[in-house]
Design a protein around this ligand. Structure first.
Ligand code: NAI
Ligand code: MG
Length: 495
């Protein structure tokens, strides 16, 4: 669709936001990068520039960390009545919900995703703030059993100043998963959105200010990995680093954190197994498995990218899955009926099309898809199903991060579990069966942070999330967010 036609679909508030000059949020002020440098954020549906955004550098990182430190130390957020914190987080949640259409369009333009899905994500983000708002005044310590001459209790205190680096696949949700728990437990933060999708984070900054968040509590730096992310991760003034992205960069973050000894949580890649037993209800398993790999154009850390099917239902399943894949309509995320938007960037397009070539060269067959969509400058790729995949092929081992499914077959439950665990990752997994013993056996057998039974992909603010193995360190959401964003202090009283 031509740019003008696309603009006609945008809400006035979105057009207004897009034409505003973009600034960094530091200490409550909207400022240019110290260097004055900017970069273009690109619309992946058209390969055209949306607008320029500040490229924050080391000096901006320094200013933002100092602003967060000052806000943290003077207690304007960390030491107020927790119910006042809750009130601000509820206000952010309400505003996100009211402006969900606006945020959805911003993310669709910036990321490419279908606007209906982007809307669902914005609503989920509001729910995350609301969930953590509820936590503000429910942070309890313990009374420890001790000898009679002492009284020992624990306090849960905020960690302090956080650096939070997020990816582009769920721009509004990833910001919420990071910022909401950090703020709920009294921390101050510097958020760095991905260079591919900086816009909805800047919009969040406006919302947070209007909701009454004190200056300096949330600072937002747009920029890339090299200029912005790296100096943020290595900043000596951080108490905590939270990162979601590639395993490769996760390793760098961990190294960088050795300077500050900041506490680190990492949510990294995955190659999640989706296991189908012969007694599965295929009328559910097929469409939801298609959702598991084609949702968000497969750019999901928990994507069900390895389909393990019992050999007795393999052919039937592949036939139905192929038909389902063909029903996932590729197109402009702003158009009605689009299910699969473009990939986020030229880099991701190159990466995914490279795997589309690797599959057949390793001996896999293309059941459907297998190509970039021709005749458009956008970064569109066909939903693809590879069959005849062997566990040691690259398309069975490496995270593709596109709408590309690798299908393998197994003989029995033990083999299914063995195959499921045969990657360096351990983020998510699913099992489809009506048999309780099989479901529980597989749930125990899989080394992954999430196991879905007879469903694929749901997320809930109350459900803790994170990875085993190379998929990360720590847990986000749910009760475990408390461990990520608080320090335990033990107080000894001599009696
Ligand atoms: P990435 O890991 O490079 O980017 C994620 C974030 O980290 C961005 O904000 C980026 O600016 C920042 N970053 C990059 N280098 C950094 C550094 N040295 N220090 C600090 N921050 C840094 O991911 P990228 O390049 O966008 O995608 C590559 C692959 O990573 C994807 O194909 C996919 O396999 C995986 N990935 C996984 C995600 C997940 O949700 N687990 C999300 C995004 C990517
Ligand atoms: Mg990168």
């Amino acid at each position: 669709m031509a740019t003008k036609q696309r603009e006609a679909k945008l809400l006035p508030e979105v057009l207004e936001f897009l034409t505003q000059p973009k600034r960094l949020l530091i200490g409550g002020e909207w400022v240019e990068a110290a260097s004055g440098q900017t970069f273009a954020t690109i619309d992946p549906a058209t390969d055209e520039e949306i607008c320029q955004v500040p490229l924050a550098g080391a000096e901006d990182v320094d200013r933002a960390v100092s602003a967060a430190r000052e806000a943290f130390e003077d207690g304007r957020w960390s030491q107020i009545d927790p119910r006042k914190r809750a009130k601000v987080l509820y206000a952010i949640a309400d505003a996100l919900e009211q402006k969900a259409q606006t945020i959805a369009q911003i993310d669709t333009i910036d990321n490419g995703k279908p606007v209906g899905f982007a809307f669902g994500e914005a609503i989920h983000s509001a729910q995350v703030y609301r969930y953590f708002a509820g936590w503000c005044d429910k942070v309890y310590g313990e009374t420890n059993p001790t000898a009679p001459q002492t009284f020992i209790y624990t306090l849960r205190e905020p960690v302090g100043v956080c650096g939070q680096i997020i990816p582009w696949n769920f721009p509004s949700a990833m910001a919420a998963w990071k910022v909401a728990p950090a703020l709920a437990f009294g921390n101050c933060t510097v958020l760095k959105p991905a260079e591919e999708t900086p816009l909805s984070a800047l919009f969040l900054g406006q919302i947070a200010q209007e909701a009454g968040l004190p200056d300096g509590v949330l600072n937002i730096l747009t920029g890339d990995g090299e200029n912005t992310g790296a100096p943020l991760a290595a900043h000596p003034g951080l108490d905590k680093i939270a990162f979601t992205g590639s395993t490769e960069v996760g390793r760098k973050i961990l190294q960088a954190s050795s300077i500050s000894l900041a506490r680190v949580t990492l949510e990294l890649g995955g190659k999640s197994p989706n296991i189908v037993f012969p007694d599965a209800d295929l009328s559910q398993a097929v469409p939801q498995s298609a959702f598991g790999i084609f949702f968000n154009s497969g750019q999901v850390c928990t994507a069900g990218s390895r389909l393990l099917v019992d050999k007795r239902v393999h052919d039937q399943f592949v036939e139905q899955m192929t038909a389902a894949a063909q029903g996932w309509k590729v197109g402009d995320g702003l158009e009605d009926g689009t299910m699969v938007g473009p990939l986020v960037s030229r880099q991701q397009l190159d990466r995914v099309t490279n795997y589309l070539a690797i599959g057949p060269s390793e001996g896999a067959q293309v059941a459907t898809g297998g190509k970039r969509v021709e005749g458009t400058k956008g970064y569109f790729v066909e939903p693809t199903v590879f069959t005849g995949v062997k566990p040691d092929m690259r398309i069975a081992q490496e995270e593709i991060f596109g709408p590309v499914l690798s299908v393998m077959s197994f003989e029995d439950t033990d083999e299914a579990i063995r195959m499921a665990n045969d990657t360096m990752y351990g983020l998510a997994s699913a099992v489809w069966t009506k048999d309780l013993q099989t479901a529980h056996k597989v749930a125990r057998g899989i080394r992954a942070g999430t196991v879905w039974v007879n469903t694929y992909g749901p997320s809930d603010p109350g459900a803790s999330f994170g990875g085993f193995k190379a998929s990360g360190i720590g847990r986000e959401l749910g009760v475990h967010a408390l461990d990520a964003y608080t320090e335990v202090k033990t107080v000894w009283m001599s009696l």
